[in-house]
Design a protein around this ligand. Structure first.
Ligand code: AMP
Ligand code: MG
Length: 498
């Protein structure tokens, strides 16, 4: 019923191992993403009983050619050698209303790349991946998508005994930096070139035009395009307080999509040093370090592409771009949070705006103010203040009540008002409500859905999905989902195992 193209599988078995998913006992739907199905233009039958079996790995979709791809990567700053799809099985590329989409079953059993792992994913982490993919999409952040979630009573051993699940993931391409590192490390330039040409032809055709900027070198252009997409993604992560948690090079998408949701977290109280991954003892992947880690990872990609670019100076020049592009993307993203939009703003104005951003972030960090709530309350206060004839300190109480140092925040608000003028507040406030989300997937919200799902009730997954797919809307009656985390959330230890 789905129409397949098999552009990746045509590249040959240097790049993957064909294999079948491992059957999964007694599968049941835990979530079906109707919105995504409709966006892809796929028929409602993709959620029928036959497809339940296919997405559990118990049957093959007609026309699919399942396989696991090989990649390598740097983990926590060290070369880790060969990794590969240890539990994700690629079914193929299906035509959709949004162009060909790769379909992957995550947790579908062992592969030649499982390295001692069981090839499974637990229900807990699969719910988190399903919800966070869709939450990121709702926020307008590039991400792999989640089509559905299948749960099974099959036991899976982690710290404790848990149960298995499979997420069906969708993306135009699941290529990672690590795919390129793999062939480069092996000195297999022919395969490296084949893979790069495949990526350029089918996924990043803009490289052809971009090559003109880089002495006609299309592989330098490839690095440049990836660098640009990565910078944009990182700026968007930082602007919503998202910590990925495991930014190893094998978890970096070539298309600049957020991929491989593990111990991620949307920060509650703002802390630039926040570490969401409990096995990240050095804080390598702390929130405030993510942009530099992305640069480090791009450097690894650049090294991998070295034999193709074949010009060290040119490679370094391309990488330099990140150092100006990322701050610009972040500056724009943060200015938008303040209601200040306009790409054409002069540099002096941008610098002044950045100091406004920095000052309020310092205040937030000094008191660990709740990141999401602060920006939303500021947006609402700006809307409210737009209708009063004279600004009063009391009019800002929605935000000033969030901090202990009220005078400091009031002084900042005075500077902010001076910058924009109260007459702009009405338009700015509306813009801010579309930029600063009311709902993010806080750990405790996911945890509630997980606890209920473990008891066989999957309804909370749908409740959360409905909120998170439109996180800027008010959703009357759902205020509790936007409030500060409850006390028990402070004790939550999000396990890194998945
Ligand atoms: P991650 O840190 O989750 O991105 O995974 C790193 C590597 O370990 C990848 O090659 C994964 O496919 C593999 N992996 C993670 N968990 C498992 C598992 N339960 N079974 C087999 N391979 C796994
Ligand atoms: Mg991974």
């Amino acid at each position: 019923m789905l129409e397949w193209t098999h552009r990746l599988s045509r590249l040959g078995t240097r790049f993957f191992t064909p294999l079948q998913p491992t059957p999964l006992a007694a599968p049941a739907w835990a979530a079906r993403n109707e919105d995504l199905r409709i966006q892809l233009g796929w028929p409602s039958a993709v959620f029928d009983e036959n497809h339940l079996q296919a997405f559990a790995g118990n049957a093959l979709l007609v026309g699919s050619l399942p396989l696991a791809t090989v990649y390598s990567g740097h983990q926590f700053g060290q070369w880790a050698g060969q990794l590969g799809d240890g539990r994700a099985i690629w079914l193929g590329e299906a035509q959709s209303a949004q162009g060909p989409q790769e379909i992957q079953l995550k947790g579908a059993g062992r592969t030649p790349y499982s390295r001692g792992g069981d090839g499974r994913a637990v229900l807990r982490s699969s719910i988190r991946e399903y919800l966070c993919s869709e939450a990121m999409h709702g926020l307008g952040i590039p991400t792999t998508r989640a089509l559905c979630l299948v749960a099974s009573p099959e036991p899976v051993r982690r710290e404790t005994l848990e149960s298995a699940a499979v997420v069906t993931r969708i993306a135009p391409s699941f290529l990672r930096f690590g795919h390129f590192e793999h062939f480069s490390a092996q000195g297999d330039v022919d395969s490296l070139r084949t893979l790069a040409d495949h990526a350029i032809l089918h996924h990043l055709p803009e490289c052809q035009e971009r090559a003109a900027l880089w002495q006609g070198n299309v592989y330098a252009a490839l690095l440049d395009v990836v660098q640009e997409r990565t910078a944009l993604m990182l700026a968007q992560w930082q602007a919503v307080g998202f910590c990925h948690g495991v930014m190893n090079t094998d978890n970096m998408s070539l298309l600049g999509l957020t991929i491989d949701y593990g111990p991620f977290q949307f920060m509650d109280g703002f802390d630039p040093g926040h570490i969401c991954n409990h096995s990240d003892y050095q804080g390598r992947y702390a929130y405030g370090r993510q942009p530099n880690v992305a640069y480090w990872n791009l450097y690894c990609l650049a090294q991998a592409l070295g034999p193709l670019i074949d010009d060290h100076d040119l490679t370094l020049q391309v990488l330099e771009g990140y150092k100006t592009l990322f701050p610009r993307c972040l500056g724009d993203a943060m200015r938008a949070k303040l209601g200040l939009v306009g790409d054409l703003a002069p540099e002096s104005e941008r610098e002044a705006d950045w100091s406004l951003v920095e000052d309020v972030m310092q205040l937030m960090s000094a008191e660990k103010v709740d990141f999401t709530l602060f920006w939303r309350q500021l947006s609402q206060a700006v809307v409210a203040q737009s209708t009063t004839s004279t600004l009063t300190d009391a009019g800002w109480s929605g935000v000033t009540d969030m901090v202990l140092d009220r005078p400091r925040l009031l002084a900042w608000l005075a500077r902010y008002t001076e910058r924009t003028g109260q007459s702009s507040f009405a338009a700015m406030g509306q813009q801010m409500l579309r930029t600063n989300p009311k709902f993010v997937l806080r750990n405790h919200l996911a945890e509630t859905a997980i606890r209920q799902a473990k008891l066989g009730d999957f309804s909370e997954i749908e409740v959360l999905h409905n909120l998170l797919k439109s996180p800027f809307d008010e959703h009357s009656g759902m205020q509790a989902y936007a409030d500060l985390p409850p006390d028990w959330a402070g004790q939550l230890e999000i396990s890194c195992s998945s």
